[in-house]
Design a binder for this molecule. Structure first.
Ligand code: UDP
Ligand code: MN
Length: 561
């Protein structure tokens, strides 16, 4: 009797479960058809894994949204700041082109490579991009090298990322764990949690909107066998508008500007020479973009994981890059490994406490711990940043002590000699015209625009210029450049080749002649303003007038901040 009753209970419970599953499936596939549903990118599109091989986005092709859906597409775009409608049309296991260099395709790797855990953190990610990331890892990694995938939910507010996600990943042929942050913590602490719960010898971090391509993993793991090497793939671009897959370049590497923004710059000749021109060999990169890299678990511990005092997003990529290099490690881009990433123009999620506040705090923490006196470049170009409280950094400074890490000047000299932050400079501050008492001002203009001149405000920011030991006049990563006689002064990317960016300054004021900034190539002098525009300085034949005299003053920062 009892036995029978028990069976009935089991039967009834399984029936309930089957019905619940069916309900979830129906509910969500229905939802995909509703226009007004807020929650998009839902599970249960049972065809999402078996779409025709010439379906939308296959082969990495762009997705075209028909005219009649454009309005809806724009609405949906706002949810994740990428074309969610396009993403949902693409199979979760779409095919991608093999974008590797020919020389990469036949490389052989040892069969005793370490196994990796893949840690993916997310906050309110779309279903389609998150699961496409997961499927691309599973489909394009040898399972012998894949320990597990750990999904860390940073307190998302979407129901489909709760139980439906757990149910979905249970069916996959690689162990996938879903762990939750108790409260919104940001990507840094979420990654720390994922790392601590994972078990593979290597930890590979990916963003939640990536697609791994054929052969992405082996070259990363092969490189990690080298001691203290941290590796990044080439990050290919998945268009935020069309989800087209576009190969990233093996000729760019990571740097940063005075505002501590990560930037891509061309791989310099010295690095091409070191590799004897073989582009399939890993590039030593001064910094990493942040989201995608592999690191040996023990080494991650040894160098102090991440700075858990950093919130939400930002700064952690430069912090770990400086730390790796300054404390004896190596950071590389493995050019035979390609992983796509959806680059967005705006952030879809909130920064509790304010975006600027959080990013500045994180940046201050890294500047204070790692950059020594060079932090001043950051501080004077970003007025106001010194007012942001950066919390307690004692444990991070102690870490630097314990590991006996090298000074930032060593990093600039040996790892990043073409840095935007000059290792040696004559002045860092304003450049003031003696006659008009006005200052050079970049007017927040961009590359390839004219430099301006404006009333001096002494607040740094747009009026910060550095006259460097290489005789360039720089404002952030742009250099003053003149390419025609009597021409205006343009702001171009610094090319380090002297040429039109070479200026001679004589600071000693002895009768006329001096305090001039001579543009060497044209042999003309920097003058207050062009004839057409009083706010644009130009070069003129040197006339020894006061309008061609300039004072280069260092900005002094408040003593205590
Ligand atoms: N992320 C997170 N918590 C946050 C902010 C971001 O878990 O508070 C995740 C996000 O979902 C993504 C990764 O961290 O998977 C990197 O963020 P994002 O893609 O916005 O950075 P970006 O690629 O734009 O630098
Ligand atoms: Mn991202």
């Amino acid at each position: 009797m009892r036995r029978f009753a028990y069976c009935k209970v089991v039967l009834a419970t399984s029936l309930v479960w089957v019905m619940l599953d069916m309900f979830i499936l129906l509910y969500f596939s229905e939802c995909n058809k509703c226009d007004d549903k807020k929650e998009r990118g839902l599970p249960g599109r049972d065809d999402a894994l078996s779409r025709p091989r010439d379906g939308p986005g296959e082969g990495g092709k762009p997705v075209v949204i028909p005219k009649e859906n454009q309005e809806k597409m724009k609405e949906m775009f706002k949810i994740n700041q990428f074309n969610l409608m396009a993403s949902e049309m693409i199979a979760l296991n779409r095919s991608l082109p093999d974008v590797r260099l020919e020389g990469c395709k036949n490389k052989l790797y040892p069969d005793n490579l370490p196994r990796t855990s893949v840690v993916i953190v997310f906050h309110n990610e779309a279903w389609s991009t998150l699961l496409r990331t997961v499927h691309s890892v599973i489909d394009r990694s040898p399972h012998t090298l894949l320990e597990e995938i750990v999904l860390v939910d940073d307190a998302s507010e979407r129901d489909f990322l709760k139980r439906p996600l757990e149910q979905y990943v249970r069916r996959l042929e690689v162990p996938v764990r879903v762990v939750r942050m108790e409260q919104r913590s940001g990507l840094i602490r979420a990654r720390l949690k994922g790392a601590s719960l994972s078990t593979g010898q290597v930890i590979t971090f990916l963003d939640a909107h990536c697609e791994c391509t054929t052969g992405w993993l082996e070259p990363l793991l092969a490189r990690i066998k080298q001691d203290k090497t941290v590796v990044c793939p080439i990050i290919d671009v998945i268009s935020d508008d069309t989800f087209e897959y576009m190969a990233g370049s093996d000729m760019t590497y990571g740097g940063f500007n005075w505002k501590l923004n990560f930037r891509w710059y061309p791989v310099p000749q010295r690095e091409m020479d070191r590799r004897k021109g073989d582009r399939t060999l890993p590039v030593r990169t001064p910094t990493m973009a942040g989201g995608l890299f592999s690191i040996d678990r023990d080494y991650f511990q040894e160098i102090g994981t991440y700075d858990a005092g950093m919130d939400i997003w930002g700064g952690e990529n430069l912090e770990i890059s400086f730390r790796i290099w300054q404390c004896g490690g190596t950071l590389e881009i493995v050019t035979c490994s390609h992983v796509g990433h959806v680059f967005r123009k705006a952030t879809p999620y909130t920064f509790p406490g304010g975006t600027g506040q959080i990013i500045n705090k994180n940046n201050r923490r890294l500047a204070e711990v790692w950059m020594d006196e060079f932090k001043n470049f950051f501080y004077i170009i970003s007025p106001g940043v010194t007012k942001v409280d950066y919390g307690d950094i004692t444990s991070r400074s102690a870490l630097r002590q314990k590991l006996q890490c090298k000074p930032f000047s060593w990093y600039l000299e040996n790892v990043y000699p073409d840095s935007q932050i000059p290792r040696h400079y004559y002045s860092l501050g304003e450049i003031r015209n003696v006659e008009t008492n006005q200052c050079l001002d970049n007017m927040a203009r961009k590359e390839n625009e004219k430099v301006g001149i404006f009333n001096c405000h002494g607040m740094g920011g747009n009026q910060v210029f550095s006259y460097t030991a290489n005789k360039e006049i720089r404002t952030d990563d742009l250099c003053l450049d003149v390419s025609k006689l009597n021409g205006p002064v343009m702001m171009l990317k610094c090319h380090h080749l002297k040429g039109n960016q070479l200026w001679e300054y004589d600071p000693v004021w002895v009768i006329l002649q001096k305090l001039t900034l001579i543009h060497v190539n044209s042999n003309q002098c920097l003058d207050k303003a062009s004839e057409e525009d009083s706010q644009v300085p130009s070069v003129r034949d040197c006339s020894h007038t006061r309008s061609q005299q300039w004072l280069l003053r260092n900005v002094t920062l408040p003593e205590v901040f």
